[in-house]
Design a protein around this ligand. Structure first.
Ligand code: F6R
Length: 258
């Protein structure tokens, strides 16, 4: 894994946008996360689109997850969130921004159909990820099968609590979601995980330096052939090998530089 530590949230976003821009220029299939972690990166990509002509016209996108039974037009549905925060501000074709159908009366079938659609599109080239305070990626909560595919999951009470900030109260947070599985996520060509703030320090420590375990779903990045973790100083504060990560970051061979 590449562990890249930057002093500020803004620098995390700039670096993530640098990496993603290279994929965008190639017309890649982007894997998009919602939640607060990638929002600054999305803002920087929107800025590059407006001011520097970065075009998403040849790209398509798949979201990681969606709440079950939340209408699409609800501002906190991930269908709406990604459009409001990112995709409606760039030139990616809207019909190619795909997400699981959380409103389906047959969520299991919707999950299977979503998994199939990712495979039929040729897979995701670069997958943006955030991490939950409990180590989840997507909504693969602790104990998720390491080779799971898109399916319906019950949110962990900690996740409901964490996500209550987006709703008027914790009672309004849906209890169920459709999420890409850990096996689905692992098939993406490049995993790019972003984490900022002290609240993520334990999760970052567990996923980078802990054992690969269903207790910390984010630890599957350790198995992946191309995983990049970009964190700010507070999120990196519990990492033991920080000195080495900084050293490798500064001494990258030329071919590794984007
Ligand atoms: C969102 C997602 C989640 C979030 C995670 C972190 O699509 O899949 O795994 O990335 O819960 O959320 P934030 O970024 O809001 O701290």
């Amino acid at each position: 894994m590449e562990i890249l530590i930057r002093p500020t949230t803004a620098q995390v976003a700039t670096l993530a946008a640098d990496i993603l821009s290279e994929y965008v220029k190639r017309g890649a299939t982007l894997g998009l996360a919602t939640g607060s972690s990638p929002v600054e990166t999305y803002k920087e990509l929107i800025r590059r689109h407006r001011e520097e002509g970065l075009s998403f016209a040849q790209c398509r996108a798949f979201l990681l997850d969606e709440y079950v039974d939340l209408p699409r037009e609800h501002p906190q549905s991930y269908y709406s969130f990604i459009r409001n925060e990112f995709t409606s501000h760039v030139d990616i074709p809207d019909n190619l921004v795909c997400s699981p159908d959380g409103t389906s009366h047959k969520p299991w079938e919707a999950a299977e159909a979503y998994e199939r659609s990712i495979v039929e599109a040729g897979g995701v080239d670069v997958q943006i990820l955030g991490v939950g305070t409990n180590g989840h990626i997507g909504f693969n909560e602790p104990s998720s099968s390491l080779s799971s595919v898109t399916r319906i999951k019950t949110l962990h009470p900690q996740t409901v609590k964490d996500n209550a900030r987006f709703f008027d109260s914790a009672e309004e947070v849906p209890q169920h979601v459709l999420t890409q599985g850990l096996g689905t996520i692992a098939r993406a060509g490049h995993l790019l995980l972003l984490a900022t703030g002290e609240g993520k320090a334990n999760a970052v420590k567990a996923l980078v330096e802990g054992p690969v375990s269903a207790s910390c779903p984010g630890s599957i990045l350790q198995w992946h052939r191309h995983a990049t973790v970009i964190v700010d100083e507070p999120a990196a504060s519990k990492l033991e090998n920080k000195v080495y990560y900084r050293y490798t970051d500064e001494h990258k061979p030329e071919w590794q530089l984007h």
